[in-house]
Design a protein around this ligand. Sequence first.
Ligand code: ATP
Ligand code: MG
Length: 251
Amino acid sequence: MTPAAVHTCAEPRPPHTPADSSGQRPPLYSLRNLVKEFDGPGEKVSVLQGLNLDIQEGESAAVVGASGSGKSTFLHILGTLAEPGGGELYFRGTNMRTLDAGAKARLRNESIGFVFQFHHLLPEFTTLENVAMQAVIGGCPMQAALDKAADILERVGLAGRARFAVGLLSGGERQRAAIARALMQDPVVLLADEPTGNLDEKNGMLVAELLVRLNAEQGTAMVVATHNPELAGRMARRFELKSGELYEQSR
Ligand SMILES: Nc1ncnc2c1ncn2[C@@H]1O[C@H](COP(=O)(O)OP(=O)(O)OP(=O)(O)O)[C@@H](O)[C@H]1O
Ligand SMILES: [Mg+2]
């Protein structure tokens, strides 16, 4: 199937926010003094302590840091899956505080692709079904969703595994399937949490290559939490999360 024949089933949207009267475009993300703490047993755990950061459209960024430093928490907040405890988060100039739960869900569906730390694929369904499922639930006609999923699986090198139950895939193939699923809605940004965790070196490299290619060829912005220095080194910007603060590392 040629790409032109694929019904996208994604809401048409402008490639980025229109410029304001002075010709300025807002960044993809702006964080202003963003904080997050959790109620631990008996004491509060302060995870993010006043983050200030802009990420531009189409940028790629890695977040590294020790286990427990807050990388997943950070990605969940960027994905509006968790609320910050204070400070502001802007997505394309809109303050996330101004959106109700329904509007945030729409934003996630239309614009944000997640690759979770634990991939959450459904083992008894095929790879193709796993990739297509959310779009079908969202109202995309079944055949259109399957056609698009097949097209994406080809892009991530899994065409030959489309009809396998996910439970039969290798770890690396599952991780690529999780990336394929996140691409179904043509997201503006991909948030990937340890996409090469638990993979051997070769499969880790394949996933890293795939992310770099998506960023370069489709302009998909990405924020990738990783312990993998090789993957972090392939992103345009690198940050270390340490003691609740983000430190940008120079090259
Ligand atoms: N819902 C929660 N309630 C209480 N504490 C939490 C909760 N979620 C996370 N934490 C704590 O916040 C801290 C940061 O967790 P997070 O999962 O963001 O770390 P991480 O950097 O992703 O670690 P890893 O590299 O192991 O995945 C940890 O100390 C964790 O115990
Ligand atoms: Mg984590």
